[in-house]
Design a protein around this ligand. Structure first.
Ligand code: SF4
Length: 455
């Protein structure tokens, strides 16, 4: 007689969760909803955490009922922290520089783009040598990913260019805003990069979002290819929803048709189908266009400010010397408010810490801290940390063991108040030290940062 799920769970009460899940799968052929609920009760874990662990292991499958009941990532319209984040397309532009120059009046088609000065940068790039585009424009006036560009430029085969617009983080929408408002400039920057690197193929990698968004982007790409016929083909790739979507290795895995895992330790190992690749943010490609069009250096970045106590949530274009307080004030944040800088893998800042420049707060682990989510006061830190940790536990890729287990464990421990602070600090420190990618380490760093303020 077949063993029931309850018997398997009971008989393995001392075994690691992953082993029980594998045994259930082996004996039953799938993971059922009732078994997962039973397991969650026995382990005193939330159902989200059990699903998160199960989803982390390749080969484990949910039956239809369990798949339907699977807790998803919070949707934007849920009455929680994430619902206070403004949708990228609707985000107002609060201050504008070279990157957001066309945001107010996005070109409707190629002709409108030309009338607004579009394609002049590409024409200039064709007049100068590819080495000059690389050294004077890209490396001289914009990017910090210099090693990646140099590797791509010296590769033996033409590299594939990937412009990444996937933030992975529900709080960060500026890359999507840039694509929605001025995809032309991003695409023009990719064409210029193809001249500099001798590339023949490129991808714009975007969040799943709406099919409409992908279609309109694809039509921009098509119009650019028809206009210039430079032998460079661009495809729009709608990636799966993933918290590690901003990690280059996860982006490349998804394009290759694999599950997005952020597992590569070294940038030098990055490749696409075994060949050379250059991955950079869409903002960098828009900046390439702006530099060649104006001849000026582009030092600005797009920052997003959101939160319940913000009068004008939206996008601010500023240099990294801007302080967190200045960003908050531009968006009309209430006096006395505090902030989460960097979203789900960021840090909490109290009122007294807001006068620091955003650029100085960026670390090697968090080179892209471009979001400020404004809190009412210190009381918001604990609930936001709980929600963010649960979101991270369900959404991180699960490639490495400390982060896979640690993120689920931190989410579970944060739900039990009073907190076991010492144990939480230990788990967070372990993941910060051993996690392979910045998304996992940053998620643990967010928990460590919250602990400093809530205990
Ligand atoms: S640290 Fe976390 S998110 Fe990063 S590779 Fe490891 S499991 Fe994935």
């Amino acid at each position: 007689m077949a063993t029931s799920a309850a018997d398997i769970i009971d008989s393995m009460s001392g075994s690691p969760l992953a082993e029980v899940l594998r045994e259930l799968q082996r004996q039953q052929g799938f993971l059922g909803e009732e078994a997962l609920e039973l397991l969650a009760r026995q382990r005193r874990a939330s159902l989200t955490q059990v699903y998160a662990v199960a989803a982390s292991f390749p080969g484990l499958v949910f039956d239809e009922k369990a798949e339907r009941a699977r807790p998803g990532l919070p949707e934007a319209d849920e009455p929680d922290f994430f619902s206070r984040v403004v949708e990228p397309e609707a985000a107002a532009v609060l201050t504008r520089g070279p990157l957001a120059a066309r945001f107010e009046d996005p070109p409707a088609d190629l002709e409108a783009y030309r009338r607004s000065g579009g394609l002049e940068a590409l024409a200039r790039a064709r007049e100068i040598k590819p080495e000059q585009v690389l050294s004077e424009v890209v490396l001289g006036k914009i990017t910090r990913n210099t090693a990646g560009w140099q590797r791509a430029a010296t590769a033996l085969e033409p590299p594939v260019i990937v412009a990444n617009a996937c933030a992975g983080d529900p709080v960060a929408g500026q890359a999507q805003k840039l694509l929605a408002a001025d995809a032309w400039a991003v695409l023009e920057g990719m064409f210029i990069a193809s001249l500099a690197l001798g590339a023949e193929r490129g991808f714009v990698y975007v969040d799943p979002g709406s099919a409409e968004r992908c279609r309109s982007l694809a039509s921009v790409a098509k119009a650019m290819m028809e206009a210039w016929e430079p032998g460079f083909r661009v495809e729009v790739f709608c990636g799966p929803r993933s918290l590690v979507g901003s990690e280059e290795s996860a982006v490349l895995a998804a394009i290759e048709g694999r599950r997005p895992l952020a597992g590569k330790a070294s940038e030098e190992e990055l490749s696409l189908w075994g060949g050379p690749v250059l991955v950079d943010g869409v903002e960098v490609f828009a900046a390439i266009t702006a530099v060649l069009a104006s001849g000026e250096r582009v030092d600005t970045r797009l920052y997003q400010v959101s939160g319940a106590v913000v009068e004008r949530p939206g996008i601010v274009e500023a240099t990294p010397s801007v302080t967190v307080r200045e960003l908050m004030e531009t968006a009309g944040a209430e006096a006395g408010a505090e902030a989460l800088l960097g979203g789900l893998s960021g840090v909490f800042l109290t009122e007294g810490e807001l006068d620091q420049a955003v650029g100085e707060l960026e670390t090697a682990d968090n080179p892209r801290w471009r979001t400020v989510h404004v809190l009412r006061d210190r009381r918001d830190i604990y609930p936001i940390a709980v929600q963010s940790a649960a979101y991270n536990a369900a959404g991180l890729c699960g490639y490495c063991v400390p982060c896979r287990i640690g993120s689920a464990r931190m989410a579970e421990m944060l739900e039990h108040y009073p907190l076991d602070v010492q144990a939480l600090e230990q788990v967070a420190a372990l993941v910060v030290k051993t996690g392979i990618c910045s998304a996992g380490r940053g998620a643990a760093g967010m928990v460590a940062s919250a602990l400093k303020h809530i205990v």
